[in-house]
Design a protein around this ligand. Structure first.
Ligand SMILES: Cc1cc2nc3c(=O)[nH]c(=O)nc-3n(C[C@H](O)[C@H](O)[C@H](O)COP(=O)(O)OP(=O)(O)OC[C@H]3O[C@@H](n4cnc5c(N)ncnc54)[C@H](O)[C@@H]3O)c2cc1C
Length: 382
């Protein structure tokens, strides 16, 4: 292991919010650690035609986690749009507003996700964390004292050694899958979404302002939020089979369904679309085990939540701290940290499932709908 120039204490696979936050938390606790992140995407792609990424509302209490990580002041300098609350037509066709004014932490944010992910990468790099961009893992082998990882790096294949490995590859859970941990899907939810740009900055007649709005219909629920540069994202959350049946990848079908909504359609009245409908996975998922011999999974790789919770980024930030503690314990030869970490992830996931069922139960108007019947069926929280 000593002769290999690609040798680290910790290798994180996946450089999204969970991967970067865990690497930063580790460096905060133990600056001497040699940490590398293997990220499939390029560092910055000027030819990238994708202007925005979905997944953007950050609740007010995220400020606590950003402070703990020591990246709070840099986060504020990014000037993300502040969010003062959310609106929902859920269980009734009328909108009700959930103001963050009642939160002890103040306001939340509408993130530009591409800019936020870039911010996390820069903060990690500032702390001496090394990135291998355009790289992905092809195989892993646990030797007695370290991991030997084969990595496709641009045109090359590297052999990277590491004492500990962290899976932060999102829903793919790529490294955990190599360790034979099974992905357990709780539903088949997808999000079909389009971006729109407003022709007029001051045309809000909806009462929603620049906040996030959700609105249910027979087959699922609509989500809309304001992004920078007068852009609005509108997404429809339903199950994959229902999305196929409704042919929602076709813009005519998407627009037709959208035109039947009361509030969401009103919101995009004075806009033009700037993208075709795109589909993304949005299902609830957890891993049969999130820890193993000198490895753990964090973020969506460990467990991923329904977008109605708006908790994915917050959870990634929070759990990164626990993941860092468990990793440090394991590096010192204490395995109990990994057991505690497994318990924390399991408990959090069970609590989430319960809240998700309570929230969906509040919408009881669509008694014959397959989507809502699936959400109202008794869940087992294990
Ligand atoms: C429709 C929708 C709406 C959402 N809305 C919100 C919201 O409003 N608020 C909120 O907090 N959360 C929201 N979320 C959830 C949030 O986006 C995720 O929880 C969050 O992105 C998880 O972060 P992560 O770092 O675990 O995973 P990701 O952000 O998916 O990052 C994983 C990284 O790993 C890389 N990678 C993947 N495979 C490999 C590999 N084999 N090798 C190397 N690198 C790899 C990827 O390129 C990526 O950079 C939403 C999700 C969806 C689907």
């Amino acid at each position: 292991m000593k002769n290999n120039p690609y040798t680290y204490d910790v290798v994180v696979i996946g450089g999204g919010v969970a991967g970067c936050a865990t690497a930063i938390a580790l460096k905060n606790e133990a600056p001497e650690l040699r940490i590398a992140i293997i990220e499939r995407k390029p560092s910055f792609n000027p030819n990238n035609t994708c202007v925005y990424r979905i997944g953007e509302t950050l609740p007010p209490n995220a400020s606590q986690q950003l402070q703990k990580l020591g990246i709070w002041s840099s986060f504020l300098e990014c000037n993300f749009i502040t969010a003062y609350g959310t609106s929902a037509a859920w269980g009734s066709s009328e909108l009700y507003h959930n103001e963050y004014i009642y939160s002890p932490y103040g306001y939340g944010w509408h993130l530009d996700r591409i800019a936020f992910d870039q911010f996390m990468i820069k903060e990690a790099q500032k702390r001496g964390i090394l990135f291998y961009f355009e790289s992905s893992i092809t195989s892993s082998e646990k030797k007695t004292k370290y991991w030997s990882l084969q990595v496709n790096y641009k045109q090359d294949i590297l052999s990277i050694n590491s004492s500990f490995a962290i899976d932060a590859t999102g829903k793919k859970a790529a490294f955990s899958s190599l360790q034979k941990s099974t992905k357990i899907k709780k539903d088949q939810m997808v999000g079909v979404y389009r971006f729109y740009v407003s022709k007029d900055q001051h045309n809000d007649t909806t009462g929603i302002g620049n906040g996030t709005c959700v609105e249910t219909d027979q087959n699922g629920w609509w989500y809309s939020a304001t992004l920078p540069n007068k852009t609005i994202v509108v997404g429809y959350m339903t199950d994959a089979d229902i999305a196929n049946q409704l042919q929602l990848r076709k813009k005519e079908a998407f627009d037709n369904l959208l035109s039947r909504t009361k509030h969401t359609n009103n919101r995009i009245k004075n806009t033009t679309h700037i993208s075709q409908p795109q589909v993304t996975a949005a299902h609830t998922q957890y891993l049969s085990t999130v820890t193993g011999d000198s490895w753990l999974a964090v973020g969506d790789a460990a467990s991923s939540y329904d977008p109605i919770s708006s908790l994915g980024i917050f959870k990634s930030l929070t759990m990164s701290q626990f993941a860092a503690y468990a990793t440090l314990d394991d590096l010192k030869g204490d395995r109990s940290g990994l057991q505690k970490y497994q318990q924390i992830i399991t408990q959090d996931y069970k609590g989430y499932l319960k809240k998700r069922q309570e929230y969906y139960a509040q919408e009881d108007r669509y008694t014959t709908s397959l989507f809502w019947k699936r959400r109202h069926a008794n869940q087992n929280y294990n």
